[in-house]
Design a protein around this ligand. Structure first.
Ligand SMILES: O=C(O)COP(=O)(O)O
Ligand SMILES: [Mg+2]
Length: 219
């Protein structure tokens, strides 16, 4: 069975919160609202941009508007890799996994256009066999269909989930993996608190991934 590694993006491959915060706080400022600290923004990431903007507006007692979301996304796309970088060790870990025969695909709740822009800006795009965003399918994490759809982008059937691992920093990643029949690994360096691992194996750093995934690989 083929070895497939599905990877979450924000808080797993990339420390993207500074640029998400930048675009969010510029939106808030344009509309006369107070901005957010980095730890506050960490807690708003993982359910897609719409939820991020909804939570930000709700925190300031302001109703959600589609136009505010569009203006946030346009600003974010223009500044997606100003400060965003791969977490230390990510590039080496991805190269090691590829050398060991793992196919790599991103499965993120971020809209796919923004995901590709930031992956390109950070130099990770050439290492990936597919990128599935939160708007690539009718469903997104925690729905297992998002992972099954990502496998389909690799021209693999749902049964290939048995040879796949999902690395992510949010309970959405762990839950969608389990529901799809994919083994989850929790990225402890990301934005999710430790309880979001929900009993999944935990990688403390990206450097631990090759050994952990080797232990989970189909034989
Ligand atoms: O919330 C988002 O926009 C994306 O989050 P994810 O990359 O961790 O799925
Ligand atoms: Mg994440």
């Amino acid at each position: 069975m083929e070895r497939i590694c599905l990877l979450d993006l924000d808080g797993t491959l990339l420390d993207s919160a500074p640029d998400i915060r930048g675009a969010l706080n510029r939106l808030m400022e344009r509309h006369g609202m107070a901005g957010f600290t980095l730890p506050e923004v960490h807690r708003m990431i993982g359910n897609g941009v719409k939820v991020t903007v909804e939570q930000a507006l709700a925190a300031r007692d302001r109703p959600f508007e589609e136009a505010l979301l569009s203006s946030f996304v346009a600003d974010y796309e223009a500044h997606a890799s100003d400060e965003t970088r791969p977490f230390p060790g990510v590039l080496d870990a991805l190269e090691a996994l590829r050398a060991e025969g793992w196919r790599l695909a991103v499965c993120t709740n971020k809209p796919v256009r923004a995901a590709r822009i930031v992956l390109e800006g950070c130099g990770l795009l050439p290492l990936l066999d597919a990128v599935a965003g939160g708007d690539s399918f009718a469903v997104r994490k925690p729905d297992p269909g998002h992972l099954i759809g990502t496998l389909a982008m690799l021209e693999l059937p749902p049964e290939a989930a048995g040879g796949a691992v999902m690395v992510g920093d949010h309970s959405n990643d762990v839950r969608s993996a389990r529901a799809a029949g994919v083994r989850p690994v929790f990225a402890a360096w990301g934005y999710g608190p430790p309880e979001m691992a929900e009993g999944a194996p935990v990688a403390q750093t990206p450097a631990e991934l090759p050994a952990i995934l080797r232990g989970l690989a189909p034989r």
